[in-house]
Design a binder for this molecule. Structure first.
Ligand code: ADP
Ligand code: ZN
Ligand code: ZN
Length: 839
């Protein structure tokens, strides 16, 4: 019986009482429940932006994450103050994705929201004051002082004042006390005014008035009238020339951009007169910030290898969600993507192609643009806020079904993804280090695709070892392309021993003889050269100038980092440290030196060695501006640069016909990085940069300078033997418990006072150690950079068992421990940063 009445038992009134959990931009790990006032219940739902009161005084804008009927237990829910949208800015799948991200990366959903929304969509609210209508200065019990008087006088003539206005009025910076006092005296009211930061781009357009546009006779007689006014006539003729309304009156609706007249040198005052005389009219049109570009209908003809790979990808997708496309540099992965994207578009689903930051301005985007025109949205971190909001809205409206973007594009409001492609999936820059959420965009993209039940392709010439591991263990599909497209051959490698040249006095300005010869040969043939110098190797290490010995940690498979302070060398992973030795333990030489060489000096040296060559440098410093990177590439592509020196930036996706020589100046510096990934990254970087050479008919040349040319990694790179290198490296990782065999979580504590920072780190470390899961803990030890912005940093590294629920339990307990830490007076000022999958 009960079920019969179950549905109607609650009185109608009660049932329609709704609550909303709102995601707020505050560092608290949960959503907050608010009442939905009946007046708003019709036009509110998940993903709407709302204004709510938070705490006593604050008004915040947040996003509704959930609508339900359960009132909160611990507090009386306050009502939502206002709804700011007429449609949802964020869809339910996105909210699910945010919630996953917050949980997986141990951060707050508000932080994820902050990262997800382009700042143009974040509303800022500003506190303002207005006169209290109930206030009467005659009868008020409280006298006002001079400053308060000034403010009230100003409010007599202006409806509202911002805090800034008050500061200016009084000429002081601290007005909060005065405002508070005025509130207590009931003279003013403080309120929040919300500002939308996005401003659409508006064009002023000119068109004929209807009377003339639709009536040829009227227009003809108008010209007779204007016979004596040549300047106005000129304007009108220009208009009719651009917009032939005679042939098609419809064209008049859109009119002509006002700028077209001034650009043609026509008189602006004549336009004004024509508007005044009701011949022309002016109106505003909201336009896109992105140019309209036609897509081409060129047919792509895939090679046999590419066709086969396509087919294999499709087969893999029959029972796998993710497929790794392992295709050597120049094998033509892009064309395969294009084909798959086309098919997905035809089936009506959305597509996201994720690229590393720097690759976004290169050939691949140009290539895609040609095929997809302005149907393709581009989401770049160098875009302005307004441009990003337009891409966001374009995804919602369906204008952009296909987006190519950097890591933050995983947050776009997709609602029906069918295909996600992560190109250069091994790229370290997919990881966001700071601030939270500290996510890995490739991993997050896989999760995103899973939420949409979409397929994922990970593409790379040198896959990350994790992805390759997943492919080998059959979690992912695996498709290989091991031939370059067309006639192009892989380059020829030369190893050049720095120390040998040094002994024979052949090393000039850090360039070996072989390197100089190969560069000279290219220059003689008007070919181009790329010189690569790794920038990650900021951390200096010690090396013997005579035998090339490099100190390594006794307990870990990494090189020791040189710390100038105290002349010591440290292991970043286990904390092992020792003094820099006086003599080399390998050969007895006394010539031990810290190694390091920047791009700027290399550029200088090249100019000295090859005075006739045109040299340019590409690194963070030379590409800061919005188009800096693109401009350099254009110059290089146009042949205005002979030698380009650069950091990792030059390794990514460049496809220049005339590059025949690639030089790697200090390969050891890539190799000896204090990181368990050093080997993997070295293999990737050398292969990638080498892949820029000889991409057409001419075979390329790669020269690698090293102090240890017999290191096995070079042999593997030269043979293109990714697989055996992987196998060897995996054995080490398994032995020393590194990913993919464990899950890493790095926890750092930061505080201004050294002792407090250290104490907090110890305390936290011990608490974490007590969590009952299978794990190994390292630390706490001083960070690689022990102090940033006057904050001392200590780090603990946790290696979690991957089986069972170790991760879930650990993350759950970690949350409780952190709450306890923050509640503890002694450690309240300590900042704790949790980084899941930190490397
Ligand atoms: P990858 O991304 O695998 O390094 P690309 O996609 O850049 O390789 O392709 C390498 C070169 O070969 C490019 O210049 C590309 O235009 C060309 N190419 C690849 N496939 C085709 C094809 N099917 N038809 C014409 N050109 C192709
Ligand atoms: Zn030595
Ligand atoms: Zn160590």
């Amino acid at each position: 019986m009960e079920s019969l009445f179950g549905d109607t038992y609650e009185p109608q009134d009660e049932k329609s009482r709704l609550f909303a959990d709102v995601i707020l931009p505050v560092p608290i790990p949960k959503m907050f429940t608010y009442k939905i006032p009946r007046s708003l219940s019709e036009d509110i739902g998940i993903g709407y932006r709302v204004m709510v009161q938070f705490g006593q005084k604050k008004v915040l804008t947040g996003i509704i994450g959930k609508v339900h009927q359960k009132p909160p237990k611990e507090y009386e829910a306050k009502p939502i103050l206002d709804v700011l949208d007429t449609y949802a800015m964020v869809n339910p799948l996105q909210i699910k994705f945010w919630a996953w991200m917050a949980e997986y990366y141990c951060c707050h959903i508000g932080e994820v929201m902050n990262a997800a929304l382009p700042s143009g969509l974040k509303l800022s609210s500003e506190s303002k004051i207005q006169l209290n209508p109930a206030y009467d200065s005659e009868t008020s019990m409280y006298p006002l002082d001079d400053r308060e008087e000034v403010i009230l006088q100003a409010l007599a003539s202006r409806e509202e004042l911002s805090y800034e206005d008050c500061e200016q009025l009084l000429g002081i910076k601290t007005i909060h006390g005065i405002i508070k006092s005025l509130v207590i005296k009931e003279a003013i009211i403080v309120f929040e005014k919300v500002k939308d930061k996005y401003t659409p781009k508006v064009e002023t357009r000119i068109r004929l008035r209807k009377e003339y546009a639709e009536d040829k006779k009227a227009l003809e007689s108008l010209f007779q009238v204007l016979d004596s006014k040549p300047k106005q006539e000129e304007v009108l003729l220009k208009y009719l020339q651009e917009i032939p309304v005679y042939q098609n009156p419809e064209l008049n609706t859109k009119g002509l951009d006002k700028k077209a007249f001034s650009e043609a040198g026509l008189s602006m005052s004549s336009i004004k007169t024509l508007i005044k005389n009701n011949v022309l009219e002016e109106y505003k049109l909201i336009i896109s910030r992105f140019e309209e570009i036609e897509e081409s209908d060129e047919k792509i003809i895939l090679s046999d290898e590419q066709m086969l790979a396509m087919q294999e990808i499709k087969e893999a997708f029959e029972d796998k969600q993710v497929t790794l496309l392992h295709g050597i540099t120049g094998s033509g992965k892009t064309e395969i993507y294009i084909q798959l994207i086309k098919e997905a578009l035809e089936s009506g689903s959305q597509i996201l192609l994720l690229l590393p930051e720097i690759a976004l301005t290169t050939h691949i985007v140009g290539r895609l643009r040609k095929v997809f025109g302005s149907k393709m949205g581009v989401y770049h971190s160098k875009y302005s806020d307004n441009e990003r909001v337009e891409v966001w809205n374009g995804v919602i409206s369906g204008k952009f079904s296909f987006v190519v973007g950097v890591r933050s594009s995983i947050f776009l409001p997709f609602d029906s993804l069918g295909l996600v492609i992560v190109d250069e999936e091994h790229e370290a820059s997919f990881k966001q280090y700071d601030p939270a959420p500290r996510f890995q965009a490739r991993d997050a993209a896989i999760m995103l695709a899973w939420l949409h039940q979409a397929k994922t392709i990970l593409g790379s010439a040198t896959p990350s070892f994790e992805s390759y591991y997943n492919a080998r263990t059959k979690k992912y599909g695996y498709v290989q392309l091991d031939r370059r497209y067309g006639e192009a051959q892989l380059p020829e490698y030369f190893l050049s021993d720095i120390l040998v040249d040094k002994k024979k006095n052949l090393l000039k300005l850090d360039f070996t003889r072989l390197m100089r010869e190969k560069i000279q040969e290219a220059l003689n043939k008007q070919e181009q050269v790329l010189i690569f110098q790794n920038r990650r190797g900021y951390a200096p290490y010690i090396s013997c100038e005579d035998c090339g010995w490099i100190p390594e940690c006794e307990h870990c498979d990494v090189s020791l980092t040189y710390h100038q302070f105290g002349e010591e060398m440290r292991c970043h992973y286990c904390g092992f440290k020792e003094k820099v030795p006086k003599i080399c333990p390998a050969c007895g030489s006394g010539k031990l030196a810290a190694v390091g060489l920047g791009t700027e000096r290399i550029e200088e040296n090249i100019s000295l060695l090859f005075p006739e060559a045109r040299v340019a440098r590409m690194d963070l410093d030379t590409t800061r501006s919005k188009y800096g990177y693109q401009r350099l590439l254009e110059e290089f592509g146009a042949g205005n640069i002979d030698i380009l020196v650069g950091t990792q930036m030059i390794t990514k996706g460049l496809d220049f016909e005339k590059v025949t020589v690639v030089g790697i100046l200090d390969a050891d510096r890539i190799l000896y990085f204090p990181d368990f990934r050093a080997g993997e990254r070295a293999f990737q970087q050398i292969t990638q940069v080498a892949g820029r050479a000889g991409r057409r008919e001419k075979r390329g040349t790669v020269v690698i300078q090293s102090r240890k040319p017999d290191h096995y990694i070079f042999e593997k790179v030269i043979q293109g033997d990714y697989k055996n290198f992987y196998v060897q490296d995996m054995t080490e990782r398994q032995k020393f418990f590194y990913p993919p065999f464990v899950k890493l979580v790095k926890i750092s504590t930061r505080q201004k006072d050294y002792k407090t920072a250290e104490k907090a780190a110890r305390h936290l470390h011990n608490l974490l150690n007590d969590i009952q899961v299978k794990k190994i803990m390292l630390g706490p030890e001083k960070g690689l950079i022990g102090k940033i912005k006057n904050q001392y940093i200590f780090e603990s590294l946790v290696k979690l068992d991957k089986s069972g629920n170790a991760q879930a339990v650990f993350k759950h307990d970690l949350q409780l421990i952190l709450e306890e830490m923050y509640a503890n007076k002694e450690f309240r000022s300590v900042r704790v940063v949790v980084d899941v999958d930190p490397y």
